[in-house]
Design a protein around this ligand. Structure first.
Ligand SMILES: [Zn+2]
Length: 364
């Protein structure tokens, strides 16, 4: 290396090594300033392209069961999108939001939800929290692998030097890269003591224990955040009652047990009603009465739908025990509506609800 009047030049022998602002190695692009936002945006573009190519195998509304579609997307698309995400750092909020937007795009395409569907429901109804939670999980697993690596490797030596610089160096507050990032993630989950344990006592949890531990921590963190989001907004009041347990929405979960494709998508329509809400009075197109809760009106009140309602109630009576039906009939009308839209759906829902769903759909 030699320094002349101009910028620094690197040489091999007499050959000058050309300057570049980014370099791709093993499929991962590194920039001169370690900014990863552009890599995240590129991953999102790649993800959307791969998603669109899955249309041909039936991943679209009225195609494969949405739960199955989403599992395929996670296996095929997410694995390529998140390749190398362990090394993403110095990213912007916009880049992280773009990742979430891509996940919502995938979920909406599986189920056929409109673009305006609530972000609090779109991914969680398929049992998935923020996509960033998966990035954080992979970063924490990568940290564990680095700590467990043997001392004979060059990368381990570099890792220890960088770690000591970060913990004790004068430039620790300005340092960028993997270590400041993993530290911030650990602070977020309140587990930063593991860094001190490693530096001071060389304590590293075994890989499987660490995996179970962080899975539980990340799950609890995002689950609490999601339920807070649902419970603090009035428009999600009904959905919060229906989808009170973690995992996939009960109606969508029920759809995985259906053989008939028509019946699957009837249940998906029912799910869509559970997330709809109105902020003002709506006039029923059947009986012309006004209602602030048109879904409840269609399911339990509208006189024009009494035949479909009778069929549905016959199905409910046949599917649950007498005592449960008595309990159901004693619920408030709002709770009955929540019950019929998925709350405890594993107990009672049957194919007899199909007729009513189809009829409601043409009027909503
Ligand atoms: Zn009506």
């Amino acid at each position: 290396m030699s320094e002349e009047c101009g910028p620094i030049q690197c040489k091999i022998g007499s050959d000058i090594i050309p300057m570049t602002s980014q370099k791709t190695y093993a499929g991962i692009t590194f920039t001169h300033n370690l900014q990863s936002s552009s890599s995240i945006f590129d991953a999102c573009v790649k993800g959307r392209t791969n998603l669109n190519s899955l249309l041909s195998i039936g991943i679209h509304p009225n195609g494969l069961n949405p739960v199955l579609s989403f599992n395929i997307i996670k296996s095929v698309v997410y694995s390529s999108m998140l390749y190398g995400c362990e090394l993403w750092n110095s990213y912007t909020k916009q880049a992280v939001e773009e990742l979430e937007r891509t996940q919502r795009y995938a979920c909406r395409r599986c189920i056929g939800l409109p673009k305006t569907s609530s972000t609090a429901v779109t991914a969680q109804c398929l049992g998935s929290f923020d996509m960033w939670s998966e990035v954080e999980r992979r970063k924490l697993l990568f940290w564990n692998k680095l700590c467990l690596g043997g001392p004979k490797f060059l990368w381990k030596t570099l890792f220890i030097i960088r770690l000591c610089q970060f913990m004790y160096g004068s430039s620790s507050t300005t340092q960028i890269g993997f270590l400041p990032d993993i530290y911030n993630i650990m602070v977020k989950f309140n587990i930063e003591s593991f860094i001190n344990d490693y530096v001071l006592n060389i304590f590293v949890p075994p890989m499987l224990c660490w995996k179970r531990f962080i899975n539980r921590f990340i799950y609890d963190f995002y689950y609490i955040r999601w339920t807070d989001k649902l419970n603090t907004r009035d428009e999600h009041k009904r959905y919060a009652a229906i989808h009170s347990d973690p995992g996939i929405n009960p109606i969508l979960q029920l759809s995985t047990k259906q053989i008939s494709q028509q019946h699957v998508w009837d249940l998906v329509e029912l799910f869509k009603y559970s997330i709809s809400c109105e902020n003002e009075l709506v006039i029923c197109k059947i009986c012309e009465k006004t209602s602030k809760d048109i879904v409840l009106h269609f399911i339990l009140e509208c006189p024009g739908l009494y035949l479909s309602r009778d069929k549905m109630m016959d199905g409910v009576v046949n599917a649950i025990e007498v005592l449960s039906y008595v309990q159901f009939s004693e619920l408030s009308i709002e709770d009955q509506c929540s019950f019929l839209l998925g709350d405890h759906s594993h107990v009672y829902l049957t194919g007899n609800i199909k007729g009513m769903v189809c009829e409601m759909e043409s009027f909503l």
